[in-house]
Design a protein around this ligand. Structure first.
Ligand code: G4P
Length: 528
């Protein structure tokens, strides 16, 4: 395939994630986008798919009991001549680290707001990650069929709390019981909303037929609102959106499948195809363009035991360039290991299929037995390295033991396996035989205990650890070694054998950092 044909295929990709605070409607919107995109036929399929998965893995019991989603995956669908890759991010805040990594694989994000609640804490956190990575954001104000805040107030909140220019492309007529539809500000049409069933086709703004749906007061109100907002808000500017300064705003109801086609149309029209990315080739800075002939990309997630009978491990590989074909050999930059990718998986909403070919923007699942890790860069030559997948210093540290001391070695392997997925972190203190596990939130320990029992038959005990915080070390090898010698009892190694200082309190870390100004005590470490 010619380079321009490869570039043209990449241009057809729209890889995006949905960010939201739990309960804003991400799952419902995902389902309805798949419906609008023709990927599934009936609503309810996403949940049904979840149920199937749950029966296959006991780990998912926690999901079911708590009604949350802890596993991120990807769903691919073909619509309007484009290939959409929707990355599913876990919503619960304990899994934010996983979410952050998933966002490194997205080229755009849909921010879902609950129209009654506006911007919530988790929305803000995730938005900040998008901004850090210059990911353009499309806003969807959901649940308009319920009593909502004044839309002007919602736009103000976006502007003031996110420092983002909101550019509404639609304007709602009422909300809750009085929700009647919305005005398409560009086409100057009215889209009626009806409770239940199909929503009628759009009507020109001066059509008499609008009177069927709006009484004169309501019509006056929506027209005035639309006029005011067009005077007050900056007009939508694609460039400003792509640079992360502006967000197009859509309104709707995911549950009632209203406003979804418009959102999907907006994504098709404005969400960007994959961009060239900064990388290193043999240590030298370079750029990798989506149309480059060499196949390359990075692993942003590893999911183990999706099928516990097979002890499989799927590495989610986001492609950055080239045309991948099944059976191709790819090499990991950090380990130099080469593997033939014979059974790559593409994830469609209702099915998984072998991927015969893939292009920049696509995400393929590579089954492997622990060879691939989060942050690994893969390419045909093995010379390319993509940086920027962060490990965050865990906020809770626990000591892990097994009841049966004969199983200590088994525990180590299990903990390493879980840490390789990048969900929890493992630290091995230089002295003693303890394992210290770090996580961002308490729920991760529960998931871990559950998985240790179900997947590894290990009954683990999580105890208070003497340490409160972990910091990766930065500085010259000699300085770190010297520090290591003097602080043996507080030093550990992470899964990649990198030195880590375990502090008993943040005060202690500050104190030690003051005494060793040549060293850095880092909260994040880039993997790969
Ligand atoms: P999440 O993934 O962001 O956590 O949210 P999810 O889609 O699970 O939605 C959370 C709740 O909000 C669900 O109700 C869902 O039905 C409801 N919801 C989502 N979108 C809309 C909408 O546009 N309008 C209205 N009225 N409700 C919406 P639930 O009662 O918690 O769950 P369920 O029993 O309906 O499954």
């Amino acid at each position: 395939m010619s380079q321009s044909a490869i570039a043209a295929e990449a241009q057809r990709r729209r890889t995006f994630a949905i960010i939201s605070h739990p309960d804003a409607g991400k799952t419902t919107l995902t389902e309805n986008l798949l419906l609008a995109g023709g990927a599934i036929r009936a609503a309810g399929a996403v949940r049904a798919r979840g149920e199937n998965r749950r029966t296959r893995s006991d780990w998912m019991k926690i999901e079911r009991e708590r009604g949350i989603s802890v596993s991120a995956s990807v769903m691919t669908f073909d619509h309007a001549g484009l290939m959409f890759n929707l990355l599913d991010t876990p919503g619960h805040e304990d899994f934010s680290e996983d979410t952050y990594r998933t966002l490194t694989a997205a080229d755009a994000a849909v921010m879902v707001l609950d129209a009654a609640k506006g911007i919530e804490p988790q929305t803000l956190k995730l938005f900040e990650v998008c901004r850090l990575r210059d990911i353009p954001i499309v806003t969807f104000i959901n649940k308009m069929d319920r009593e909502a805040q004044d839309p002007f107030a919602l736009l103000d909140e976006i502007a003031s709390r996110l420092a983002l220019d909101p550019a509404p492309l639609y304007w709602p007529a009422g909300s809750g019981g009085r929700f009647k539809g919305m005005m398409d500000l560009r086409a100057q049409k009215f889209l009626p909303y009806t409770r239940g069933g199909e929503h009628p086709a759009a009507l020109p703004i001066n059509s008499n037929a609008i009177a069927q749906y709006l009484d004169p007061d309501e019509q006056g109100e929506v027209e005035e609102g639309a006029m005011l907002v067009q005077e007050a808000a900056k007009p939508f500017d694609v460039q400003s959106f792509l640079e992360g300064h502006m967000t197009p705003v859509f309104f709707g109801s995911a549950l009632r499948h209203f406003g979804i086609d418009q959102l999907l149309g907006g994504l098709a029209a404005y969400a960007p195809p994959p961009k060239p990315v900064a990388a290193e080739r043999n240590g030298q800075p370079t750029h990798v363009a989506p149309g480059d002939p060499e196949v390359s990309g990075f692993v942003f997630k590893v999911q183990a035991n999706m099928d516990p009978n097979h002890r499989d491990r799927i590495a989610f590989f986001r492609m950055t360039s080239g045309r991948f074909t099944r059976g191709m050999k790819l090499k990991a930059q950090n380990t130099g290991r080469q593997m033939s990718v014979n059974a790559p998986i593409m994830f469609f909403a209702s099915d998984r299929e072998l991927a015969e070919e893939a292009f920049a923007g696509d995400v393929i699942g590579i089954p492997n037995h622990g060879v691939l890790r989060v942050g690994d860069s893969l390419s045909e030559t093995g010379q390319l390295r993509f940086a920027g997948l962060p490990n965050f210093a865990p906020e809770i540290l626990r000591r892990v033991r097994v009841k049966d001391p004969l199983k200590a070695k088994h525990l180590r392997r299990a903990l390493e396996g879980l840490a390789e997925e990048g969900v929890t972190q493992l630290f091995r203190p230089n002295l003693g035989s303890d394992f210290i596990v770090g996580a961002v939130g308490q729920l991760q320990f529960e998931v871990m205990a559950d998985r240790l029992i179900n997947e590894y038959q290990l009954e683990a005990i999580f105890e208070e650890s003497p340490y409160a915080e972990a910091r990766w070390m930065g500085g010259t090898a000699a300085d770190i070694e010297d520090f290591d010698d003097k602080h043996k009892t507080a030093m550990a190694r992470d899964i990649d054998d990198q030195p880590v200082f375990l502090g008993k309190s943040s005060w202690e870390i500050g104190y030690v950092a003051d005494r060793y100004p040549k060293l850095q005590f880092l909260r994040t470490r880039e993997r790969g």
